[in-house]
Design a protein around this ligand. Sequence first.
Ligand code: 8Y4
Length: 286
Amino acid sequence: MPVIFGDHSLDLSRPRIMGVLNTTPDSFSDGGRYYQSGRLSLPLALQRARQMLDEGADMIDIGGESTRPGAIPVSEQEELDRVVPVVEAVAGELGALVSVDTSSPAVMRESAAAGAGLINDVRALRREGALEAAQRTGLPVCLMHMQGQPDTMQKQPEYRDPVQEVRDFLLERCEACLNAGFQADQLLLDPGFGFGKSLEHNLELLRRLRELADLGYPLLVGLSRKSMLGKLLGRDVAQRLPGSLALAMASVQRGAKIIRVHDVAATCDVLRVFSALEDQAGAHSP
Ligand code: 8Y4
């Protein structure tokens, strides 16, 4: 099942890696990594993108808004200034498939013009004008579930049945997209691990991920280094790689097709082991 991402096509019959590239100065896990003298450095961001591609990333997710509680809100202009040059360079100079992590219609439009191949919206195109803007780009979109708003979503997350609520929400957003002119093969779904969910909610969503994979849309998951690992293991963000790899394996075994990660080389090994187990022949080459 090849999926068309702008100028790129990706076969999702085996799971793929999305490498995270944060252009925010205040991201929890890697904030400000590509800043020099208080300014985003395009060469540093490009170097990191190139490294992730060398390590086996199939696409690079570029974001300019931090969604962590307490993060400084970013203006649309600031987000454009951060994201669009990086999208243009990673897509243009490196020829890579770029996913743009944004909820802003202007960032969607300008990133598509700069060569992005996927819109990754943690708000599932609910912001004013986003549905229309995304549809007009012609690009596929990843629709993510989030309960509440970034600032307060982890205060008291509550569900009767998290899998049912996430499924109902995602299907409602699919319906809105189809009504706005998207084709079904342009939609990807994501349960939004950590976005308004307790540890138990996250674990149940992962345990029952197959129910979401069975909806028929490719499933994207982001579990890398997240606080569920902090809660489960009592480790800070720099010590979460083994836990992240366990979650990556668990998610692909339950049908996830794109894994959003910070640690590309290590996750690539996990996917190679998984694919070898799935395959009847081949796929064991180094
Ligand atoms: C440590 C590291 C602690 C990372 C928290 C985090 C997702 C996503 C994010 C996701 C999709 C994050 C943009 C949050 N998570 N997009 N974006 N799915 N589609 N937190 O799960 O990585 S940012």
